[in-house]
Design a protein. Structure first.
Lengths: 373, 365
C-alpha cells in the first residue's frame, strides 16, 4: 500500500496511556485532521509519526516499510509548527533551501528546486526577503514550501492555527485550504477545533483519551457518528444532548422527557429501541427559534415538529451568525441562527426541530443507535 | 451609573508612537459600549485613560459633566475586571467579594446582604462562600472577579478582555451574567475586546478603532450592515466582507460597474448614482452570506466564475470562488445549491446588499 500505516500503536508515560492501541491507515495524498481536545494524545501521535517519539508497542509503516525505529532525520517527514519554526534572520530562499543545503546538493539544483516550489506557492517574489518581514500567511507558505522541497512523504501540522488572532486564522485557513488542494501532500493536521476539520479535512480522526473513536470522511462522521462523544465534538457548534426515555404508549414506542413527547416513527430506529434511557442528540443547525408557538410533542401517529418552550440565556454572536442559548426545562439548548440576532436574556421563546434529523445514543454506553429517518 | 465623555484625547508614547489620536467619544449612561479593534489600535490606552492609569497628553475626560482627566484611579468610582483574574487567593470566596465593600466602610450586615444578592447573579452558590479562592479554576476566578466588581455600585465598570483566558463554555456563562445584570441594573460598562464576536454579543454600541482613531461608533447591527470603511467591513464578520474593484461605466445609457474582465453590476444602485467619485473608481463590498450562487444562472445573468472549493460547515456551504485572476470571493451558501469544487458557477451580487466604497479613500460612499 502507498501511504502511512499505524498498527496498534500504544505509548505509555509511566502509568498513563497517551495512546492506546491506535491503528490508522492514511492513503497517499489524503489530508487527515486529527481532532481531539487537549490531552487526547494528538501531539504524541504526531511525534511518533515524525520519529521523535517511539511507540511502547505497535508499529509504523511508510509504504509498507516498517519505520518504527527509524530516527527522525532518516524519515521522509516534515513537521510544521504553530510558529512555523523558520529562521527569522535568514532569507526566504535559505529557509526553503535548508533541507537541501543539509543534503549538500549542487547549488544549481537547489536554486532550481527552490525557484520552482516558490513559484508554485506564489512566493517567488519574496525569495530575497527576510522571514521577519513576512506576514503570517506568507510564513505559512514558506513553511509549506520547505516541506515540499524536502520531498516529504508525510507532512505533519501541529495545531498551527491555535493561537492566531481570529481574523488571521480565518484568512489563513482559506488560503491554506486552497494551497493544500494544489499540492496534494499526505498530511496529518492536529487541531482541537472542529471548524478546522470541517474546512480542511478529507478524512477526520476523532481522538479521545488516547483512542481513535472514529476515522471516516467528514460526511460519515457528521451523519453517522459512532458515539455520543464524536457526535457532540464533531459539530460546529456542538450537538445538543438531552436525556430521555423510550416508553411504550398504546402499542407505539415514544420518546419522552420532562419537556418532550414524540412518537418514534423512523424505520431506522424502530427495531433498535426498547424501553429505557437514551440520549437524544439534535444539532444546533437543525433547530429553529420562534417568537410564538404552542408547546407540543408530536401528535400521535403523525410526524410533526416538536416545539418546546424556553427562555433565552444568551444570544451569542459568532462571526456572522448567532448561537441562541435557550433554557428548556433543566437543559441548556444551543440553536444556530444565521445572521446577527440579539434578544434580551430571559425572554420567552419556542424551539422546534425536525424529528427526522435527530440522533439517538445509548445513555450508558454512549453508542450511536440511529437517526430519525 | 453615569455617562462618560471623551474629548479630543491624544496620547503619544516615546515622543513618536501615537497611541490615541484626537479621539472623541460619548458613552451614554446605562449602556455597554465596546472598544473593538486589532492589537495596537489604541483601545487599551483609551481604556487606561478612562480608568486613570494613564494621563492623556491632550484632551479631557468627564463623567456626568465632572472633569476627571487628572483624578487618580481610586477617586473615579469605577470598577475594573482584567484579562487575568485578580483574586486574593488566601481569602475565601466570600471575603473576596466583601473586600471592596469593607474598604468602602460598610458594616458586615449590609455586606452580607449585598453578597447574598450578588452571588446568584453570577451563579455562585452560598454553600461555596467559605471555599478558598486558591482552589478555583481560571474561569471560576474570573467569575469571582466579575462578582467582586459588580458587588459595589459604581459609576462605570470597565472590562478589559475579560473572556480571553476562559474556556468557551465558561465564556458563554460569564457573558450571560454580564448581560443579565446590565439589563436589570442599567450599568454603564466599557468593554475592551479584540473579538468582534464578543463585541457583537454584548454591546449596545461598538466603537471600532484603528490607528488610535475611532472609525465608526454605532449599534452592532449598523456596524455589521453599514460599515463606513472597507476595514470595518472586513474586520466584522467571519469571513469578512468581500471586495471587488470596479469602475463605473456607462453602457447603452445605463451606468454599470465594470471589474475588468467581467461586469460586477449591470446597474449602479440608484442610491449611489449621484455620489460616485469623479474618476468612477469604486470598491464593491458584499458579505459572504449575501452573494447568490447557482449552477445554471438565473435568466442567463450572473458572472461566470470557477469554484475553487466548496465545504459544508454545519448548515451551510462555504465556497471560495474565483471571479477572475486574483479576484476571489468567499460565499456562504445554503447547502442545497449543490456546487462542487472545480465547477463553473454563476455569481450575482443582489443590489440591496451591495455597499460601494471610494477606491481611493476606502470610505463608504
Amino acid at each position: 500500500m502507498h501511504g502511512i500505516k499505524l498498527d496498534k500503536v500504544t505509548r505509555t508515560f509511566g502509568k498513563k496511556k497517551a495512546l492506546d492501541s491506535v491503528s490508522l491507515e492514511i492513503e497517499e495524498g489524503t489530508f487527515v485532521c486529527l481532532l481531539g481536545p487537549t490531552g487526547s494524545g494528538k501531539t504524541t501521535l504526531l511525534k511518533i509519526l515524525a520519529g521523535v517519539e517511539t511507540p511502547s508497542s505497535g508499529a509504523v509503516y511508510f509504504d509498507s516499510t516498517n519505520v518504527t525505529l527509524l530516527p527522525p532525520n532518516k524519515r521522509p517527514v516534515s513537521m510544521v509548527f504553530e510558529n512555523f519554526a523558520l529562521y527569522p534572520n535568514m532569507s526566504v530562499f535559505k529557509n526553503i533551501a535548508s533541507p537541501l543545503l543539509a543534503q549538500r546538493l549542487p547549488k544549481k539544483d537547489i536554486e532550481q528546486k527552490v525557484g520552482e516550489t516558490a513559484k508554485f506557492l506564489k512566493i517567488d517574489r519574496l525569495l530575497k526577503r527576510r522571514i521577519s518581514e513576512l506576514s503570517g500567511g506568507e510564513m505559512q507558505r514558506v513553511a509549506i514550501a520547505r516541506a515540499l522541497c524536502k520531498e516529504a512523504k508525510l507532512v505533519l501540522f501541529d495545531e498551527i492555527f491555535v493561537n492566531l488572532d481570529y481574523k488571521l486564522r480565518e484568512q489563513m485557513r482559506i488560503e491554506f485550504r486552497e494551497l493544500m488542494d494544489r499540492v496534494k501532500l499526505t498530511s496529518v493536521f492536529s487541531t482541537p477545533d472542529p471548524e478546522d476539520a470541517f474546512m480542511l479535512a478529507d478524512k477526520v480522526a476523532v481522538l479521545h483519551d488516547g483512542k481513535i473513536l472514529q476515522y471516516d470522511s467528514k460526511d460519515v462522521a457528521y451523519n453517522r457518528p459512532v458515539d455520543m462523544f464524536t457526535g457532540a465534538y464533531f459539530g460546529h457548534p456542538e450537538m445538543n444532548l438531552l436525556d430521555c426515555d423510550v416508553a411504550e404508549r398504546d402499542g407505539h414506542l415514544a420518546l419522552e422527557s420532562s419537556v418532550l413527547r414524540m412518537p418514534i416513527l423512523a424505520d431506522g430506529l424502530k427495531g433498535k429501541l426498547k424501553p429505557g434511557g437514551y440520549s437524544l442528540g439534535v444539532r444546533p443547525e437543525h433547530l429553529k427559534i420562534h417568537a410564538e408557538g404552542v408547546p407540543s410533542g408530536a401528535v400521535d401517529g403523525r410526524l410533526q415538529e416538536p416545539m418546546l418552550g424556553g427562555k433565552i440565556l444568551l444570544t451569542e454572536v459568532v462571526g456572522s451568525d448567532t448561537i441562541v442559548h435557550v433554557a428548556v426545562g433543566s437543559d441548556a439548548i444551543q440553536v444556530f441562527t444565521p445572521g446577527i440576532y440579539r434578544e434580551d436574556v430571559g425572554k420567552g421563546v419556542y424551539v422546534s426541530f425536525d424529528p427526522r434529523k435527530i440522533y439517538l445514543f445509548d445513555k450508558n454506553s454512549g453508542q450511536f443507535i440511529g437517526r430519525g429517518e | 451609573m453615569a455617562s462618560i465623555s471623551l474629548k479630543n484625547l491624544r496620547k503619544v508614547y516615546n515622543k513618536s508612537v501615537v497611541a490615541v489620536d484626537d479621539l472623541s467619544l460619548e458613552i451614554p449612561d446605562g449602556l455597554i459600549v465596546s472598544l473593538l479593534g486589532p492589537s495596537g489600535c489604541g483601545k487599551t490606552t483609551t481604556m487606561r485613560m478612562i480608568a486613570g492609569f494613564e494621563a492623556p497628553d491632550r484632551g479631557t475626560i468627564t463623567v456626568d459633566g465632572d472633569d476627571i482627566t487628572l483624578k487618580p484611579p481610586n477617586q473615579r468610582n469605577m470598577s475594573m475586571v482584567f484579562q487575568f483574574p485578580v483574586v486574593y487567593t488566601n481569602f475565601s470566596i466570600y471575603d473576596n467579594m466583601a473586600t471592596p465593600l469593607r474598604n468602602a466602610g460598610m458594616d458586615e450586615e449590609k455586606i452580607r446582604e449585598i453578597i447574598r444578592a450578588t452571588s446568584p447573579e453570577f451563579g455562585i452558590d452560598e454553600g461555596s462562600w467559605q471555599e478558598k479562592a486558591s482552589n478555583l479554576s481560571i474561569s471560576e476566578r474570573q467569575r469571582l472577579s466579575l462578582a467582586h466588581a459588580f458587588a459595589i455600585e459604581r459609576n462605570v465598570y470597565i472590562l478589559d478582555e475579560p473572556f480571553s483566558n476562559v474556556d468557551p463554555k465558561a465564556r458563554v456563562r460569564l457573558a450571560r451574567y454580564v448581560r443579565q445584570i446590565q439589563q436589570v441594573k442599567r450599568h454603564t460598562i466599557v468593554f475592551v475586546t479584540h473579538s468582534q464576536s464578543e463585541a457583537l454579543t454584548l454591546s449596545d454600541r461598538i466603537a471600532v478603532m484603528k490607528d488610535g482613531k475611532i472609525l465608526q461608533f454605532d449599534t452592532p447591527e449598523l456596524i455589521y450592515t453599514k460599515p463606513v470603511s472597507t476595514f470595518v467591513g472586513w474586520f466584522l464578520g467571519n469571513p469578512g466582507m468581500n471586495y471587488v474593484k470596479c469602475t463605473a461605466r456607462s453602457r447603452n445609457g445605463v451606468l454599470g460597474l465594470d471589474a475588468g474582465s467581467f461586469v460586477a453590476a449591470e446597474r449602479v444602485p440608484a442610491t449611489y448614482q449621484s455620489r460616485l467619485p469623479a474618476d468612477g473608481n469604486v470598491i464593491l463590498g458584499i458579505r459572504p452570506e449575501h452573494i447568490s450562487v447557482s449552477r445554471t444562472g438565473t435568466g442567463g445573468t450572473g458572472i461566470s466564475a470557477r469554484c475553487l472549493f466548496a465545504e459544508p460547515v454545519g448548515s451551510r456551504l462555504l465556497l471560495n470562488i474565483e471571479l477572475a485572476k486574483n479576484v476571489l470571493v468567499n460565499v456562504k451558501a445554503p447547502t442545497d445549491v449543490n456546487v462542487a469544487k472545480g465547477e463553473t458557477v454563476f455569481v450575482q451580487f443582489p443590489e440591496k446588499h451591495v455597499i460601494l466604497f471610494d477606491a481611493k479613500t476606502e470610505q463608504a460612499i
